[in-house]
Design a protein around this ligand. Sequence first.
Ligand code: AMP
Ligand code: MG
Length: 358
Amino acid sequence: MKKQMKTQVWHVDKHVDEKTIYTQIVDAAHLIRQGEVVAFPTETVYGLGANALSEHAVEKIFEAKGRPSDNPLIVHISDLDQLPMVAREVPEQAERVMEVFWPGPLTLILPKQMDVAERVTAGLDTVGVRLPDHQLARALIRTAGVPVAAPSANRSGRPSPTTAQHVLVDLDGRIAGVVDGGSAGVGVESTVLDVTVDPPMILRPGGITFEQLKEVLSEVTVDPAIARDTEAPRSPGMKYAHYAPQGELWVVDGEPEPARERMLELLKSASEAGLKTGVLATRETADWWKQQPSAGLVLSCGADGDLSAVARELYACLRRFDEEQVAYIVAQAFPRSGLGAAIMNRLEKAAGGRVICV
Ligand code: AMP
Ligand code: MG
């Protein structure tokens, strides 16, 4: 058992002025500078940050998360002037997307600068870099004075945290602290775009959609492994189980009527088998599900007509099933366009491939 440490919590009001924010995050920034790991909010999910230039500091992220060491981390910068500390060169197509989508939920794979710790990139010659669109995150990185490597602040394999409370459930006693700045906004992670290849390739769908990128770049491709489980993904992290609740999750994809019928069948047999059941529904469908005795715990996750709300609420819903010890969960599928591509990618991973097409 790893020695437990006291995890500090700093409550920070993100609506105060910049000077007040600095006074509130200065202790957290110093800890990062001293080589400790600290969780903090970003606009996507909560990140677990450490000095990206220190092997020893970065090692603590892998330890706290239980993360496989061949899964590289994304480096977060506070301002564009930190970019040369991380990336050796910035291709022209990278500049185009940076101009439009930074700060924001877009990670760019760039040629790596020597100073970045080997462990950050898992020995690769490239590095994932992002400028987050979150005042607290950027103030923290700026005050720490170093680029900050930060994966999601959850135990490896679990749903990503969108609140400081989620971080504490997974990592209390394992990290130096957490900056509590309220709920994360987007709710799913950044899009990972490889700009070292031509045309650029999406390695992981996320907060910036394919359609948005296509408007700026004349051509964008998508790693075929995202659609087909059989291919080896180009992004090392994509091959691992992720985002999974403790219960068995099934996703049913298809037209609303037959999908609902199939979901009901699954739930009936699970509840007959004595399992505690649950349904991941939406605001439009939740009331109907609540009338079905076999549905068990019905959680409404966003709305069919509002995918950004689904993204924002998805991980909290998955964690809520765990809190209620639901053993068998059935989820409806979402359209795969726009933000739906990221939502479905996370749901399919959370389900460990248990997707039924009707
Ligand atoms: P996470 O930190 O959990 O949000 O995951 C980071 C994602 O970015 C994983 O899917 C990594 O495999 C991917 N990633 C980070 N750095 C690189 C890189 N240099 N090349 C390819 N993928 C990367
Ligand atoms: Mg993660």
